[in-house]
Design a protein around this ligand. Sequence first.
Ligand SMILES: Cc1cc2nc3c(=O)[nH]c(=O)nc-3n(C[C@H](O)[C@H](O)[C@H](O)COP(=O)(O)OP(=O)(O)OC[C@H]3O[C@@H](n4cnc5c(N)ncnc54)[C@H](O)[C@@H]3O)c2cc1C
Length: 389
Amino acid sequence: MDTIPTSVIVVGAGPVGLATALLLRTRGLSVTVLEAAAEHAPRPGSRAIFLHRQSLATLAAADPVLGAELVGNGLIWGARRTSYAGREVHHRAYTPPPPDRAPFSSLPQPVMEELLRAACRRAGAELRWETPVTGVTVSTDGVRVGTPEGGLRAAYAVGCDGARSAVRQAIGVRLNGPRSPHAFLVLDLADDPGHPLPQERAFHYLDPRMAGRNVLTVPFRGGLRVDVQCRPDDDPDALGEAAADWLPGLLPEGHACSVTWSSHYRFQQVVADRLTDAYGRVLLAGEAGHLFAPFGARGLNSGIADAAAATAALSTGDVSGYAHARHRAALLNRRAAGRALTHLTAPTPWHRAAQRLAAAAALCSDRAGRWLDSAPYGPRDAGIPGSRY
Ligand SMILES: Cc1cc2nc3c(=O)[nH]c(=O)nc-3n(C[C@H](O)[C@H](O)[C@H](O)COP(=O)(O)OP(=O)(O)OC[C@H]3O[C@@H](n4cnc5c(N)ncnc54)[C@H](O)[C@@H]3O)c2cc1C
């Protein structure tokens, strides 16, 4: 048995585990991160590309170098555009603010993770790779985390080990909630310097270039995310395999259309029964505790809010406060992401009529255009005091 005097074991070196470790170090707690994968194991796809202002501020307060790097390695687009059945209904262009007032940063999640790993090392967190956690035993005075080499003891453990969390299973907690029946095809395209894309986020309702499917495109540093909402009769695999036929129609003439990653999803909207064990020694954060549809960017950003709240709880010993506040936040975030999902999938004639009427009204009403532009992301505020997530 390894008896290193670790105060907190963080399980998982994804973005939430790394953020948790960094924030815990800023409060002076000793931290060991146990990660199942090798340090440079490939992480396919851009995944979470949108770091919101609140997440940037949290991480910059812990490490100003990291804050500057997350903005410097990201993109802040200067326009948003929405069309309905091929006609523009909203367009807003603005001058991006200076980096120290960045409203967000758009960069691939693997780049965020690389920057977070460096910040964790600067802060003195110990990172152990290829160390899968196989179990957790809890008592009133601490936890023992099992690994193939034996185990580690600590006062607390934070499970940041993602959707299939072994920590969550070890403490007997389940995820509950629905999975959307609607499939979404997601592709990453590499930039083509010869044919630069407009640096704007665009949403197309009933896009005629895609036979009436909804299409969202979001730029990030180095590429473009293309998100196509499949029709009920679509085979998402076949649609993805045929991308070479339809992608050129969405992009400027001559663009290389180099697809770097593609996948399809039926998004889950699930939240853990509770976010701590019965003794208050194990906390769940990020996707170990909740999974949301990505519209509104609540996945990673709410995980960073969890990391900040877990750090405050472990510094003060108020673990039950964490359990209560972040469970409530997870339910509110799920409801907000669910509103975005409902708007996108427009399940009733009423939803479809409201969008059609707003598109007609947008000819003379800026408000109608703004609603069509913002509704696919859900409410801006989840109703959580002091936090957007
Ligand atoms: C296509 C797609 C698009 C997305 N877009 C967005 C977006 O735009 N904005 C947004 O905010 N979010 C988005 N997300 C969600 C975002 O990727 C996740 O919220 C984020 O990765 C969750 O981070 P995490 O650290 O909780 O979990 P993960 O990233 O899953 O990290 C978990 C880590 O734990 C490790 N691990 C697992 N089991 C063990 C074990 N037993 N022992 C030790 N280590 C273990 C894993 O190897 C992994 O490194 C998107 C996700 C997808 C799939």
